[in-house]
Design a protein around this ligand. Structure first.
Ligand code: MN
Length: 312
């Protein structure tokens, strides 16, 4: 996955001028990640660059495909972010330059902390015929952006039933629960599945920005309906959310404290200035040890597109 829109990541104010929380509709655009799986990109957009430190959101599938035609993303680098994968259907193999080889299965999260530099691959397992996943990036705060790279697999997340729905806490805190996922800024992520129509009241943190994305089905917020791949940008300043989930709906609720500084996103890099991104790009092009080597992948590395800036 990658982002090739080099615009800076400052978001407009989350509040409308009259103090009423924002409700903005963001419709996905189609993205290419490798393989035949359709991918819808919700973040970043010009309307909203980030929600807290969540700075990238791809919704992959749900898709069926012939064996061998699923996700296949060759070696590519990351800096300055954490990649966060939430698997709903199908199985994907992750390999990275730290030597991790990990299959992620439905109900699990993979978290890769790129810090100063890492590279990885992702591929549907041989024989796999389905994929449905959310792939996100979390920007690292400036103080942590050069941290030691790491990879964490979370097979067991807090899971509970409430108000007729099945909740999974993907990241951060919710009520008295805490997800084990390693974070560097205040964030939350939950997955809510409604087997039958459900009307929920969800407590929110007024200082956080939030969004909701239906991954299946549809939700209604403040009288507006949002279908699959229509993100409801909720802004900040809400202490709760009344939401209607249609039967069979699965929705992602993401939130976080406003990031507080601009980040620059280019290709697979998150940086704080152009020079930092240009250095990472050059290090990848020359095969620097910074991004290591991936064992067991058969194929060439991904080639970075030319930098969009002149004179760096
Ligand atoms: Mn990646």
């Amino acid at each position: 996955m990658n982002d090739q829109d080099p615009v800076g990541a400052s978001s407009p104010d989350s509040h409308e001028a009259d103090g009423v929380p924002r409700l903005q509709r963001i419709v996905a655009r189609t993205a290419e990640i490798g393989g035949e799986v359709p991918v819808s990109r919700l973040l970043p957009t010009r309307q909203r660059r980030m929600v807290g430190a969540w700075c990238f959101l791809d919704h992959a599938g749900p898709a069926g495909f012939a064996p061998g035609a699923g996700m296949r993303v060759g070696p590519h680098p990351h800096i300055g972010l954490q990649t966060f994968t939430w698997m709903i259907e199908g199985e994907v193999l992750h390999r990275d330059s730290l030597g991790h080889v990990q299959v992620i299965r439905p109900g699990q999260v993979n978290l890769m902390t790129a810090g100063r530099g890492i590279s990885h691959t992702e591929e549907s397992l041989a024989g796999e015929r389905r994929l449905h996943a959310a792939q996100l990036w979390i920007a690292l705060p400036a103080a942590d952006r050069d941290c030691t790279p790491a990879f964490d697999h979370y097979p067991d997340l807090p899971l509970w039933d409430e108000q007729g729905c099945r909740f999974t806490l993907l990241a951060g805190r919710w009520g008295g629960r805490v997800a084990p996922v390693r974070l560097y800024s205040p964030l939350v992520g939950i997955d809510v599945h409604a087997p039958v129509e459900a009307r929920l009241r969800l407590p929110l943190e007024p200082g956080f920005e939030y969004c909701v994305l239906p991954l299946d089905g549809a939700v209604t917020v403040d009288g507006e309906r949002f279908g699959v791949n229509e993100l409801a940008d909720l802004g900040s300043g809400r202490d709760g959310l009344d939401i209607l989930l249609g039967a069979g709906t699965r929705a992602l609720l993401l939130g976080g404290a406003p990031f507080g500084s601009e980040v620059l996103m280019w290709w697979n890099f998150v940086g704080h200035d152009k020079a930092e991104i240009a250095r990472a790009q050059r290090d990848w092009e020359i095969g620097s040890e910074r991004f290591g080597r991936i064992e067991g992948w058969d194929g060439p590395p991904l080639v970075a597109p030319p930098l969009p800036w002149v004179g760096v």
